[in-house]
Design a protein around this ligand. Sequence first.
Ligand code: NCD
Length: 329
Amino acid sequence: MQNAIPTAAATPEGAHPFPHRHLTGIFGLQPWEITFLLDEAEQWVDLNRQSSKHDDRLAGLTQMNAFFEASTRTLLSFEIAGKRLGADVVNMHAAQSSVKKGETLIDTAVTLNAMRADVIVIRHQASGAVQLIADKVDCPVLNAGDGWHEHPTQALLDALTIRRRRGAFEKLRIAICGDILHSRVARSNILALTALGAEVHVIAPPTLMPPAIERLGVIPFTDFDAGLEGADVVMMLRLQNERMQGGFIPSPREYFALYGLTRERLDRAAPDALVMHPGPMNRGVEIASDIADDLERSAITEQVEMGVAVRMACLDILTRKQRGVEGWA
Ligand code: NCD
């Protein structure tokens, strides 16, 4: 167990470890609340490595996963997480739902609520859609990614992966590289990793760098090699083509030449630097295949494993109030 790692983020005396009804983003979370979620996730990493993976503390509760955008890892891991905790899990795919018939988001939310969901997980292409639903329903809502805004459970699983491999965040230099502008993964990771005390470099072409990003406490670089210098963790991002209108990059080939992670580039980072990617990867665009598949360096499959544990922790914690858990009701 690694959850005894000392961090600067222990819950202060008398503070509630997680006083929030929903998880719509990392924004607004205190460092010790993030640490609490990571600590809680550790027990589920252990359980998920056993042959019997059940802890049925959510038995009797209904978990609805409403996904308005494509997903493999996030949807599957929320479904597995709910099932391992004993909840009745149902998935709503927008492509096969009444959304296609013109139903508004609020009407969909009211419908899920009327079926007495006990926890709702939402992915939506519009930034702010998850908050809109959270304001309309009677149960906790978890953000599984909303537009360019936030993807909090991705940032938590990334932080858990980093903490298990590298320990305390305070001494780490973490480089986040690629389409920072359109990436909810980048935004949630910047908020989480700076809160936990890491030095965060963001690296992107000028067209994909959000203006005034340094106000979030990060150091921006448009030169990939300079930004990678001495990095302990290199987190690569996919170009979010579905969120781009117009030409943000000259061509995928030129993008790879300037911003793709190759073995030579990785040599600029710390000698044992960890390579991460939230998936789905576009091999040969943002990352070379030999790096992605290098088990010595790449933590990409471990990120997926941590995703289930983190989502179990979030589902457990957010439903404690309705389950009447002592100290939460
Ligand atoms: C990310 C997402 O959907 O934001 N994927 C994920 O959840 N693992 C990143 C991406 O789509 O590029």
